[in-house]
Design a protein around this ligand. Structure first.
Ligand code: ZN
Ligand code: ZN
Ligand code: ZN
Length: 380
């Protein structure tokens, strides 16, 4: 066992924490003109109950949070004992349904017969259709469509978890600088990164991008069998979950000595990332962060090579609202946590991306959770 596996970790969320989240959600639903929320297994249910069924199956499990009245979770009868043991379920009303009965009839009883409900983005269509069939007077909207800010503002205990995940990813980056790149396949370096993330306490590795040479110019390239060569730029973008919260960081390294052009492009991306970071303050719109970073790259004549939004929210998942993208007018608020990750991608040649997770502090400034230097490091 490593030191990290033995770390005590942050104090678990209590039943009161989960209950407070449900109260806040009911208020937010009311303000948004909704009749309530329907949360299904995955991050939404985990956030409001601490409960994750052993498997997400066709048997419906759903937490109903009405704007008025008590939240209730409906579960398959055979999974009730597991649900009862979840950390946030004490004090939460539970009902169950048995195989052979109509689960939608039972779930529909928990909803008002009219009004608009927001349902988890990843809820199963068959469950939604089942409910619609029983309650033709109700209507539905996706959770991120109806209440995009629901999980976007993190409390101090969540920011602490995100900071711990970021620190672990930073340690993985520092260690990867010492491994051999030249002559090895991208898949091999990616395996090293995954092992390091786990060594530093990640329970789950979600992605380990190693984009060498021309592969770095494709932001969606993950890993391949390409053998890394001396002279390559290598985009390293990796993350996963630690203590239930996500990490996601990118640094671009160079194998051996870079050319002047490679240095220039890298320096440009560093400045763009810094400009995005400095733009962060409560009250600006999410799109302003994108604009600030993009202006630096556009002014340098590389605008057409920055081909994605500048960032995304992060929490119990590595991609979630708020999205830092042109057209997103949601206000930036203290407690939000999101990536700032501008890039320049020169087709057929190389790419550069630099990504930090940033949070907005209570006193209204940006704070980087990733703290490794941006300066281009050379590897061997
Ligand atoms: Zn080079
Ligand atoms: Zn990333
Ligand atoms: Zn990212």
């Amino acid at each position: 066992m490593t030191d990290d596996a033995a770390e005590p970790g942050p104090a678990p969320f209590t039943a009161d924490d989960f209950a407070a989240r449900r109260v806040r959600a009911a208020q937010a639903s009311d303000e948004a003109g909704l009749a309530g929320l329907l949360l299904t297994p995955g991050p939404d249910l985990l956030y409001f109950t601490g409960y994750a069924p052993v498997a997400i199956t066709e048997r419906i499990t759903m937490l109903v949070i009405p704007v008025r009245g008590d939240p209730t979770m409906i579960v398959p009868k055979l999974e009730r004992p597991d649900a009862e043991n979840a950390s946030g379920v004490a004090g939460l009303q539970l009902v169950d349904w048995s195989d052979g009965s109509d689960p939608y009839e039972a779930t529909a009883r928990l909803l008002a017969g009219t009004g608009r409900y927001a349902i988890s983005d990843s809820g199963w269509a068959m469950h939604l259709l089942g409910l619609q069939g029983r309650l033709p007077e109700t209507s539905y909207v996706s959770l991120t469509g109806g209440l995009p800010m629901l999980r976007a503002v993190k409390d101090a205990a969540e920011v602490e978890r995100l900071a711990a995940a970021a620190a672990a990813a930073d340690r993985a980056y520092e260690q990867i600088l010492g491994v051999r790149f030249a002559g090895r396949r991208e898949t091999e370096v990616a395996a090293d990164l995954a092992a390091l993330l786990r060594e530093f306490g990640h329970s789950q590795v979600d992605f380990t991008v190693v984009g060498s040479g021309p592969n770095g110019a494709n932001p969606h390239h993950e890993i391949g069998e390409r053998v890394i060569e001396n002279g390559d730029m290598v985009v390293l973008d990796f993350g996963g979950l630690k203590y239930g919260y996500g990490s996601d960081t990118t640094r671009t390294v160079h194998v051996g000595e870079p050319t002047d052009e490679e240095r220039e492009v890298h320096d440009l991306v560093v400045r763009a990332q810094q400009a995005g970071f400095e733009a962060v303050q409560p009250g600006i719109q999410c799109q302003d962060v994108d604009r600030a970073a993009r202006a630096v790259i556009t002014d340098a004549g590389y605008g057409e090579f920055f081909i994605h939004r500048v960032g995304h929210g992060i929490g119990m998942t590595t991609h979630e609202p708020p999205y830092m993208v042109e057209g997103e007018t949601l206000p930036v608020r203290p407690g939000m946590c999101f990536s700032i990750e501008p890039g320049v991608y020169l087709p057929g040649r190389f790419g550069v991306r630099i990504e930090d997770i940033v949070t907005v502090t209570a006193d209204g400034v940006g704070r980087r959770l990733n703290e490794t230097p941006h300066v281009m490091r050379t590897v061997s």
